[in-house]
Ligand binder design. Structure first.
Ligand SMILES: Nc1ncnc2c1ncn2[C@@H]1O[C@H](COP(=O)(O)OP(=O)(O)OP(=O)(O)O)[C@@H](O)[C@H]1O
Ligand SMILES: [Mg+2]
Length: 240
């Protein structure tokens, strides 16, 4: 049984990994989600999500040596080994580089089971994000069956020349900086993208007033649509 497994990665925190993992969950009906993080975020996905806790302090883990840091991912590897349908993995901050080096060793073994790994790298203008994205794109090239790059214009657009140099043969999409009415972010954090289609307008109006309630709904619907547009090439690969 073949399973495509998409790893949503970027070493730098706060760049949108969870946003795009959630958008992929919206785009790929029923796909299980594996969440690697210090605390669970995607609770709205219920049974679809399996959470693996990473110790927040990676420095301590690294100091204990390669053996201990490899063991950190045994639970995730066991989950990947049994994947039989398209699977989304949100690789939390400060975890991607270590995790991907473990996967690079395991990928040939799991490919005998029929598993294929795809990589979805998120990049923003921050130096740390650019450096990590450069490294992830080149180090995963030998074994990733597909690579996707999402430019998150969270702060501003990423230098076009960097994108050009690093996207040879890779599908690149962009996600604009989203304007969110006060009150919208709270809804987004609590329910992700899954609840945006079922907002209770009467409740929103009672809480925020008519004008703000309409803007909240509009902003959230646009956020969801644009995030889903950004992950579309990756979602299409996952579906096969
Ligand atoms: N283009 C954007 N415009 C506005 N807000 C955004 C944009 N991209 C992401 N965000 C917001 O930025 C915050 C960080 O995003 P998210 O939690 O997805 O990042 P992450 O990479 O998963 O972070 P972590 O590394 O902590 O897991 C969230 O509140 C998200 O809604
Ligand atoms: Mg996250």
């Amino acid at each position: 049984m073949m399973a495509r497994i998409l790893l949503v990665t970027q070493e730098k925190g706060g760049v949108g990994k969870t946003v795009f993992a959630r958008a992929l969950a919206e785009a790929v009906d029923g796909a299980p989600v594996i969440e690697i993080d210090s605390s669970p975020r995607m609770i709205e996905l219920g049974d679809r999500v399996t959470f693996f806790k990473m110790r927040a302090d990676r420095a301590t883990i690294e100091k204990t040596g390669g053996k201990a840091s490899r063991a950190e991912f045994d639970g995730v590897l066991a989950a990947l080994e049994t994947a039989t349908i398209p699977t989304i993995v949100d690789v939390g901050a400060n975890t991607s580089l270590t995790f991907l080096s473990v996967i690079s060793e395991i990928a040939p073994v799991l490919s005998n089971n029929g598993a294929e790994f795809g990589i979805c790298v998120i990049v923003t203008t921050e130096h740390a994000a650019i450096a990590a994205a450069t490294s992830i794109l080149s180090s995963t090239k030998p074994w990733a069956k597909a690579q996707f790059l999402i430019e998150n214009r969270l702060h501003e657009a990423v230098e076009a020349e960097w994108i050009r140099r690093n996207s040879n043969g890779i599908k690149v999409t962009s996600f604009d900086q989203q304007v969110l009415e006060d009150g919208a972010d709270e809804i987004l954090q609590a329910g992700g993208l899954a609840t945006i289609g079922q907002l209770d307008q009467a409740k929103l109006r009672a809480k925020h007033g008519l004008g703000p309630a309409l803007r909240i709904q509009k902003d959230l619907e646009r956020f969801r649509k644009e995030a889903m547009d950004a992950v579309r090439p990756a979602a299409e690969w996952l579906i096969g």
